[in-house]
Design a binder for this molecule. Structure first.
Ligand code: DP6
Length: 395
């Protein structure tokens, strides 16, 4: 008999960046980090996990392609999950001996890989959650997040919705390095995000090796982990609890800049943001200056895509600028009516005469799509299943 369980897991985008490992085997970070979990209508991974005595080997299918499950990171996750399942089986002899059986895992993203959005966080969170569900593990989301962390550091934060902190911990075995909720999504439900997908010329340095190089070679990095981030971690949590957008936004922008500065300070230097990203950074500062208040924050991960955080009540103010610039790309029509889109254009007409703002071909040509989304929940149960329960193979 085949047993199956499915779950979805979200993407998260850090506002206080994880960059640097003190233990690469266990993915233990050199600093704590904070992120916002994004809604799953736009960005999520759906994963089904199956097990049965007749399965001959562990197998994984990702977006329709069979992939290896042999990486050490994935094996670490599977090993931990099986150990927890074994504990249950020892306590209750009537349980099926799933810990001894092989697993089949099928996983799909609802967003194109070509979008260049890091999918490893949602991917590992969904993989670990689907198996935890299959094994009926009683552990809390924080406890499960320690396992997802071993798959990919940032994945531990995708175990929660809303606003999430990854506490770096200090123990050598990593038992205190886990994700916790700072506030649920309902706390600040009007937090929205616009992702500007920026075309990249070539593949970036993967984050795993990039951060190792920074740890080894950057002097600035030492200052960042010793003094800058610990202070910011407390301040950012407070700004979330108090829903203080101006503080949250400033800390977010400063932290993105600080992380990319340590990349530039690595030797040889690493460049993740490109000229288009820099123009978007300038645009955000111009917008905030124009309105005389902070209405938008940018942040960049290990690539040139901009993620803009803003509050729903300021949407028209922000879109007055960015809809005008990026109206030619995909991502608006599925979210807004023609009338709403026209009102964003009209809003631009209102500001045009008052600001020194020129449409710029380069920034327009290099953004290939926008993803308009918002803060969202953690992993979700689903009745959708990607595995055929009679064969144990992808549907
Ligand atoms: C820049 O979690 O992808 O997105 O732990 O090696 O898998 P590994 O790295 P990963 O790094 C993410 C780095 C980041 C910042 C962040 O998400 O906090």
């Amino acid at each position: 008999m085949i047993h199956v369980a499915s779950t979805t897991a979200p993407v998260n985008i850090a506002t206080l960046k994880y960059w640097g490992k003190r233990d690469a085997q266990l993915n233990l970070p050199t600093n704590s980090s904070i992120s916002v979990t994004l809604a799953q209508d736009d960005l999520r991974t759906l994963t089904s996990a199956a097990t049965g005595p007749e399965f001959e080997e562990d197998k994984l299918w990702l977006n329709g392609q069979e992939e290896s499950l042999g990486s050490e990171r994935t094996q670490n996750c599977l090993g931990d999950l099986r150990a927890l399942r074994r504990e249950l089986e020892i306590k209750d002899g009537s349980l099926p001996k799933m810990s001894q059986w092989k697993l089949h895992i099928v996983s799909e993203n609802n967003f194109p890989t070509a979008a260049g959005l890091a999918s490893s966080a949602a991917g590992f969170a969904a993989l670990v959650m689907a198996i935890a569900k299959l094994y009926e593990l009683p552990q809390s989301a924080s406890e499960i997040s320690r396992i997802a962390r071993k798959g990919s550091g940032s994945a531990c934060r995708s175990l929660f919705g809303g606003f999430v902190a990854w506490e770096m911990g200090e123990k050598e075995d990593g038992s205190d390095s886990k994700a916790v909720e700072v506030a649920p999504m309902e706390h600040w439900a009007n937090m929205k995000a616009a992702v500007l997908v920026v075309s990249a010329d070539k593949k970036d340095t993967p984050s795993t090796s990039g951060m190792q190089l920074t740890v080894k070679t950057s002097d600035l990095f030492q200052e960042r982990i010793k003094n800058v981030v610990p202070k910011r971690f407390e301040e950012m949590k407070k700004s979330i609890i108090e829903k203080d957008f101006a503080t949250f936004a400033e800390l977010t922008m400063r932290d993105s800049n600080s992380f990319h500065a340590t990349c530039l300070d690595s030797y040889p230097p690493i460049f993740y943001i490109n000229d288009t990203s820099k123009k978007v950074i300038k645009l955000c500062h111009l917008i905030n200056e124009f309105y005389g208040e902070t209405i938008v924050a940018y942040t960049y991960d290990a690539g040139p895509n901009s993620v803009l955080y803003y509050l729903e009540e300021n949407e028209e103010k922000l879109f007055a600028f960015i809809y005008k610039l990026f109206s030619n790309v995909e991502g608006w029509e599925n979210k807004y009516s023609k009338d709403q889109l026209d009102s964003f254009l009209a809003a631009f007409e209102g500001v045009k005469s008052k600001v020194n703002f020129e449409l710029d071909d380069e920034i327009q040509n290099n953004v290939s799509r926008v993803i308009l989304t918002r803060v969202g929940p953690g992993p979700q149960d689903t009745t959708e299943c990607l595995i055929d329960e009679s064969t144990g193979l992808p549907k």
